[in-house]
Design a protein around this ligand. Structure first.
Ligand code: SIN
Length: 287
């Protein structure tokens, strides 16, 4: 197999061409993909007609998979897969239908946040032949690098509280709020440095999100709120973005320390969208 890596031309993101993820990858091919992943922070693979088993096998090459505690959104036969969908069965959503409303990084409210997410498009919403429901990504390593030195200095040593309840308070839908709240009782919030050092490549990454960051510890309320607003506005600037326009059978994986993402809810509620996501919690060392 000859793997090619084609950068998106944006601050982050690259397409992997020539990889067939239905079959186990050779060590050299996997090493090339892994290296590209930690360089480009988001990788996408087009035309991968994967089974759930293929999806799980490929993601597990990157590290240990995490089974989420949000039991109401897990795949019935493969609990390592989270279902993201606006489809209803017997009056209930079959998965998380509001995932990605806010800019966020996955699992920030956990003591050991998710490391990598890998999302596969099974059904993409189409209107007049156009696929809607893009996912937008930003590089928070590039966003950190671009900060003025004085702000970098101010952020040194600061810690922030990330909370799932803070995110849920922001959503208006009380039904899903209740379910999530009950499911995650013990894992509601966590404290992380405002600037995280990436566990694999040691890049500095801004770790403050619109979705989950409730406050910066040790700062008065107003100052904390203003700083969160300033940092989140900085992170999502267009120069740090890549926008993924999905095709059916795409697999997109992102680095949860080095990026943030947001889903685009620009398609009618009755137009189905179905995605499967796996989550890597700890990263396997390079072979
Ligand atoms: C997510 O936030 O993990 C989901 C993104 C999407 O569905 O586009």
């Amino acid at each position: 197999m000859t793997i090619q890596i084609k950068p998106s031309g944006c601050a982050l993101g690259a397409e992997v061409i020539g990889a067939d993820l239905c079959t186990p990858l050779s060590e050299p091919d996997f090493a090339a993909i892994r290296e590209a992943f930690y360089t480009h922070e988001v990788l996408f693979f087009r035309g991968q007609e994967l089974t759930d088993e293929d999806h799980i096998r490929f993601s597990a090459r990157f590290g240990t998979l995490r089974q989420l505690k949000l039991t109401n959104v897990l795949h019935a036969h493969h609990p390592q897969i989270m279902v993201i969908s606006n489809i209803k069965k017997d009056g209930q959503y079959i998965g998380a239908y509001d995932a990605g409303v806010f800019w966020h990084t996955d699992g920030a409210y956990l003591k050991s946040p998710h490391a990598i997410s890998a999302l596969r498009a099974l059904i993409v919403p189409q209107v007049d032949g156009r696929v809607l429901g893009d996912t937008k990504f930003v590089s928070v390593s590039k966003a950190y690098d671009a900060l003025p030195a004085a702000i970098k200095q101010r952020l040194e040593g600061l810690q922030a509280l990330h909370s799932i309840m803070f995110r849920l308070k922001q959503t208006l839908d009380s039904g899903i709020k209740k379910d999530y709240g009950a499911a995650v009782k013990a894992d509601l919030e966590a404290v992380h440095p405002v600037v995280r050092v990436h566990p694999v490549n040691e890049r500095k990454c801004l770790y403050v999100t619109e979705g989950y960051t409730e406050k910066i510890l040790g700062l008065p309320g107003d100052e904390s709120r203003d700083l969160i607003k300033e940092l989140t506005a900085h992170c999502i600037k267009p120069e740090f973005q890549y926008r993924h326009n999905w095709r059916q059978h795409d697999l997109v994986m992102w680095d949860d320390c080095a990026t943030q993402h947001q889903a685009t809810f620009d398609y009618p509620a009755e137009t189905p969208r179905l995605m499967h996501r796996t989550t890597v919690v700890s990263q396997a060392a390079a072979a």
